[in-house]
Design a protein around this ligand. Structure first.
Ligand code: UDP
Ligand code: MG
Length: 319
């Protein structure tokens, strides 16, 4: 089993050297067949020069650098693309994750497809980091139905074939377990160490929580309804249009039978609004249905994921 360790680096010049030493120590002690993929996410300091120097000395290192800062998710995605191992381990490049935990994760990857770290004793400020993260973890677990204590922990191990199927956008890397669950993978969680950041600055503030919540909405929608958008928008649209219709009917009957004027009544506005909004929703659902077909049929993307095929066959579309 070959292991690829993927590490995003953004202005981590104070950490690279020690990170590499600690990593090679832990990986060497575990007698693993490994490579380390450093992804420099457009650093403006000397991070990449240091990584280049490390690469010169160590053939097991792959050094990638982005043209600009594309973000941690993009860095992980690039790492997955360039990794040659059967198992990919991701972790932060600031030594907050502990390289010594890697063998523990790999020990569980046999019977699982994803093993996620859990920073049980997380060493970050409470108000600005741990509290929002607790709320986010609770919310993500509830909404996606994949209960994990620590979605935000970068230290995770994945089987390569699992991440190959997943495209990453936005701040999405933390949702890989939730998305992968849709594919039917097995997920385990283990407690890992966590250290305070000793050098360099954290790249994130509280605003990340907002982005995570927005991404959660995307994930939930895509997982639940990406192949049947009308079933998502349709019921809301029908309900809205029907209530609008009933309101308008009530007003019309009142006018016909009791001669009550309609023009100045707020209810009229509500009725019309509900009818229009309802039609919009149904229209959006129908557009969505068309887009689903364009997406899947133009790119030969199946709506299922195959685990094994036994017996001779030419593949679903090659024949
Ligand atoms: N990082 C990155 N690109 C970014 C922001 C961060 O590659 O745009 C890297 C960063 O160098 C570190 C990891 O992602 O290796 C985690 O970042 P950070 O320590 O700032 O996050 P925190 O631990 O505070 O959540
Ligand atoms: Mg950190």
């Amino acid at each position: 089993m070959k292991v690829s360790v993927v590490i995003p680096l953004y202005n981590e010049e104070e950490n690279v050297q020690e990170l590499h030493e600690r990593l090679t120590q832990s990986l060497g002690a575990a007698a693993l067949d490994y490579e380390i993929v450093y992804v420099d996410d457009g650093s403006t300091d000397s991070t990449f020069r240091l990584v280049e120097a490390i690469q010169q000395r160590d053939v097991r290192v792959v050094a990638l650098s982005f043209r600009r800062n594309f973000g941690q998710t993009a860095a992980f995605a690039a790492g997955f693309d360039y990794a040659r191992g059967d198992v990919v381990v991701t972790m932060d490049g600031d030594l907050q994750n502990d390289p010594d935990d890697i063998p523990k994760l790999l020990g569980l990857i046999g019977e699982n497809d994803i093993v996620s770290g859990w920073r049980k004793r997380r060493q970050d400020p409470f108000i600005s980091r741990r509290l929002p993260s607790m709320i986010a973890n609770w919310l993500i677990s509830r909404v996606t139905g994949v209960p994990l204590h620590d979605y935000g922990c970068s230290l995770k191990a994945y089987r390569k074939d699992v991440v190959r199927n997943i495209s990453l956008y936005g701040e999405m890397h933390r949702f890989i377990p939730a998305v992968a669950k849709w594919y039917g993978v097995r997920i385990a969680e283990v407690e890992t160490n966590h250290h305070p950041r000793l050098r360099g600055k954290s790249k994130y503030g509280i605003s990340r929580t907002v982005r995570v919540v927005l991404d959660l909405i995307t994930v939930k929608f895509l997982l639940g309804f990406s192949t049947k958008p009308l079933q998502f928008f349709g019921p809301v649209g029908l309900l809205s249009s029907m209530s609008g219709f009933l309101i308008s009917l009530y007003l019309t009957l009142g006018k016909i039978f009791s001669g009550r004027d309609i023009g100045g009544r707020p209810l009229l506005l509500l009725g019309v609004l509900l009818i229009i909004v309802g039609i919009q929703f149904i229209g959006m659902g129908l557009l969505g249905e068309m887009m689903v077909r364009i997406y899947h049929e133009s790119q030969n993307k199946p709506i299922y994921v195959v685990k094994t095929v036994i017996g001779h066959c030419g593949g679903p579309r090659d024949s």
